[in-house]
Design a protein around this ligand. Structure first.
Ligand code: NI
Length: 430
């Protein structure tokens, strides 16, 4: 049996029962075999990994991002969403090619793996390139092609997304799954959304959509259809009988919140992107207390401007406290759950996001020998309020070690930095 035994390690299983414990983690193939004390005698054949000064966590799940936007990191800041998109981002994106997207995706995956993110959900274009990069880098990926129809090109894009599913759904040892990606209410029509829904059901795929992100979007949808974005989607039947990942859900009424909860929609909360674009603060405490399913995402690197899920956890834990003047909201344990176990459910990933027997061996080890992590009374608190992405020491996805002692094992870090840097500088001059 090939695998690893992480010995005598402090771990946060995120299994809904134990906050943290100390023991061994046995991994074989792509799964966690068992956790517990003194497993060494039972599994003599597994390669030993010392847990000394380490903290084991399930890998973080970034529920909403756009990998290729790493090339536009820091290119345009401090603008309103529509102006930012229309005058800065869209004109540059028009010049992107497949090779750019491949290297930008590699850069995003390098950053995510080095920061402890082991799975992500993405919506963009040239997605075959992102899929190729995910297959090579070893990360887990949930990919969709952004589907817009207002320029008349909707049918071709839908066909591309279906083709992406044919080529990649369940591929790369099952690490890659595909969803259809209706972009947003303001870039689609009811007829087009119905076509997307029909295609999703025909091929058994989930949907990934931007939903109720800004006041401007919801104002526009109200003007056109006399209801909010979530209500409009409900009227079209988007949430009925299939998995839906909805990013943002910032501007929603109490009735719409109830629709999201009742339909089991997975909400990707992107606090830093929402703050940076001044979109507002999503009603996450209400969604959670109503039983809603909420994960965390960074959104693209041009509205964040990094893909650091530890920062995202910290922002999530703090923003709701500050806005509601209530320090008991979004405690560390709940935020860590959102970033791992709940996030995996939001992204439609089965048996992922928790350290327990039978779950996917997507694991990270943090290095605790750091001034800012000393002393440690509560590991859960540290993960949300004190850990930095650079504290991630070792990363496994699907039982395969992708980083050891911060050294990348599956990809050539220097080459990615060189190619992505060069292409970014070229892109903004095209
Ligand atoms: Ni987005």
């Amino acid at each position: 049996m090939k695998g690893y035994l992480i010995e005598n390690v402090t771990m946060i299983p995120v299994d809904g029962r134990v906050s943290w414990t100390v023991g061994d983690i046995a991994v074989a193939g792509d799964r966690i075999l068992e956790t517990g004390e003194g497993l060494g005698a039972k599994y003599p054949e597994l390669a030993r990994v010392s847990g000394k000064d380490r903290l084991a966590l399930p890998g973080l799940v970034n529920c909403h991002t756009h990998c290729a936007m790493t090339l536009l990191r820091g290119y345009a800041d401090d603008l309103p969403l529509m102006e930012w998109l229309e005058t800065k981002i869209f004109p540059r994106e028009a010049h992107l090619n497949g090779e750019d997207v491949y290297w930008a995706s590699m850069l995003a995956m390098l950053e995510m793996i080095k920061g402890g993110t082991t799975a992500f959900a993405d919506m963009y274009y040239f997605m075959e390139e992102t899929a190729k990069a995910a297959a090579e880098s070893g990360i887990r990926a949930v990919l969709s092609r952004g589907l817009t129809c207002t320029d008349g090109g909707g049918a071709g894009r839908l066909e591309e997304n279906v083709e992406l599913a044919r080529n990649w759904h369940g591929k790369a040892e099952g690490r890659i799954t595909v969803m259809l990606g209706p972009h947003a209410p303001y870039t689609t029509t009811a007829d087009y959304l119905k076509e997307v829904i029909a295609a999703a059901d025909e091929h058994g795929l989930g949907l990934h959509i931007h939903l109720s992100e800004t006041q401007a979007e919801v104002g526009q949808i109200r003007e056109r259809y006399g209801m909010g974005s979530v209500e409009w989607m409900e009227s079209i039947g988007l949430f009925e009988g299939r998995h839906v990942l909805a990013a943002h859900c910032v501007v929603i009424s109490p009735e719409e919140r109830e629709i999201l909860v009742q339909r089991g929609v997975g909400v990707a909360h992107n606090p830093q992107s929402n703050l940076k674009l001044a979109s507002g603060v999503a009603p996450v405490p209400e969604l959670l207390s109503a039983g809603g399913l909420v994960g965390l995402g960074t959104d693209g690197a041009s509205s964040n401007n990094d893909l650091d899920m530890f920062e995202e956890m910290r922002a999530c834990a703090m923003i709701h406290k500050g806005v509601r003047l209530d320090p008991t909201l979004l405690p560390a344990s709940q935020v860590l759950d959102m970033a791992t176990r709940q996030g995996a459910r939001v992204a439609g990933l089965d048996r992922t996001g928790s350290i327990q027997a039978g779950y996917k061996a997507d694991l990270i080890l943090l290095n605790l020998r750091k001034p800012h992590l000393t002393p440690m009374y509560d590991p859960v608190s540290h993960c949300v309020y004190a850990v930095h992405a650079e504290d991630v020491d070792t990363v496994w996805v699907d039982g395969k070690m992708l980083m050891k002692g911060r050294e990348m094992l599956a990809v050539d870090e220097e080459k990615i930095l060189y190619e992505a840097g060069r292409r970014g500088n070229d892109l903004i001059r095209r």
